[in-house]
Design a protein around this ligand. Structure first.
Ligand code: SF4
Ligand code: SF4
Ligand code: SF4
Length: 357
């Protein structure tokens, strides 16, 4: 096993600790990959995520990670999803040229189903006898993602993912699968146009590539403004901020890993771009005033697809009579919260940052 600073690799899996939500915010307790791994190959060591060599390349953790911190060494689910529409075959199978279907989440499945000319078929006929499907965890994850994708597809199109549950052909060996997968990935990497498309999306972007692929899929819908979601989805959310309690401390903005929360130009408003939000909950956790909340309704698909930001809260900015800095004025004295607290506290607070008070 190799360990290069923030990148950890074993035979099958690559972990980028800089992208892991636990690294973005110390108190973040995301454990989706740890709980889902059927081989207990992912664990915490001194509060840092670590992978060991018992990983069997199933990819369940890859499909679940909201921040794309984990990747299979020999399969690129994003490239595969984009390339899928050009395949003559409409079947997604671990016995074909795909990795285990657990590697995809709803972003990928919706994209493949919407873009392919025929109905996407997901082959789950091998799951029940598969050694990595311990306690049915892997199949449950795949089925959940298919169900969620079908609900989303029903809101935007007449497409539907079909599940194949009966074995219908001679099975390829697992060894054969890996060599096929590797060849496919090499082919995709050599495809200049595709590589360029993917690179355009990921370079200098904090938003996961799978999100940008889904956004590009939605942009293909001519009458997207007439569509609305008829269900709730954990990967597409709205935020609200309570004006009566928010102090404009901006900590939620500072810790948002994807910059879904941002300032307007004069910093008098906090804006939110649903297209960038990965529902990590860090903003909710970090807000000392419990001012920020998440909801799953009223999603504007145009805002989501085109990364349009809307204002969550607008402040009137005034200059504090004590420190002469601008602050979010609500009522009462023209004095900012920090100065107000400083005036009423002891000198031990003198060297504290505003965020610590
Ligand atoms: S699922 Fe992703 S973000 Fe969450 S702990 Fe695992 S690697 Fe980190
Ligand atoms: S962290 Fe809370 S109080 Fe601070 S700006 Fe964000 S919503 Fe407002
Ligand atoms: S807005 Fe909040 S939930 Fe969404 S990505 Fe940023 S910190 Fe996470």
């Amino acid at each position: 096993m190799e360990n290069k600073d923030f990148i950890q690799e074993n035979k099958f899996l690559v972990l980028d600790r800089l992208k892991c939500l636990r690294g973005d915010y110390y108190h973040n307790k995301c454990s989706l990959c740890i709980e889902a791994c059927p081989d207990n190959a992912i664990d915490l060591f001194r509060d840092k995520l670590t992978i060991d060599d018992s990983c069997t390349n199933c990819g369940v953790c890859v499909g679940l990670c909201p921040s794309e911190s984990l990747h299979l060494e020999n399969f690129d689910e994003n490239s595969y999803s984009v390339e899928f529409e050009h395949k003559s075959e409409n079947k997604l199978s671990c016995k074909g040229d795909s990795a285990c279907l657990a590697v995809y989440d709803a972003h990928h499945l919706i994209t493949m189903a919407y873009r392919h000319k025929d109905s996407l078929e997901c082959d789950l006929s091998h799951c029940d006898s598969c050694s990595i499907n311990k306690e049915n965890n892997v199949k449950s994850n795949i089925s959940y993602n298919i169900e969620s994708s079908n609900k989303f597809l029903a809101s935007i199109s007449n497409k539907k993912i079909e599940i194949i549950s009966e074995k219908s052909e001679v099975e390829a060996s697992r060894r054969g699968l890996f060599s096929k997968v590797f060849k496919t990935t090499q082919t995709l990497k050599e495809d200049k146009n595709l590589t360029q498309k993917i690179n355009e999306n990921i370079i200098n972007s904090k938003v996961p590539t799978k999100r940008q692929i889904l956004q590009n899929t939605l942009k293909r819908i001519d009458d997207l403004e007439t569509k609305s979601l008829n269900d709730e989805f954990n990967f597409i959310v709205n935020k609200t901020i309570d004006y009566s309690t928010c102090t404009n401390c901006k900590e939620c903005l500072q810790f948002c890993p994807t910059e879904a929360l941002l300032n307007n130009t004069d910093q008098s408003s906090i804006l939110f771009a649903s297209g960038k939000c990965i529902n990590c909950n860090i903003c909710n956790d970090i807000c000392k005033e419990n001012s920020i909340t998440t909801s799953y309704v009223g999603i504007d698909l145009l805002d989501f697809a085109f990364t349009r930001a809307k204002s969550l809260i607008d402040f009137k900015l005034e200059i504090c009579t004590e420190c002469k800095c601008s602050f979010a004025y609500k009522d009462g004295d023209m004095i900012c919260n920090r100065c107000k607290k400083f005036k009423t506290s002891t000198y031990e607070d003198m060297f504290k940052m505003a965020s610590e008070m």
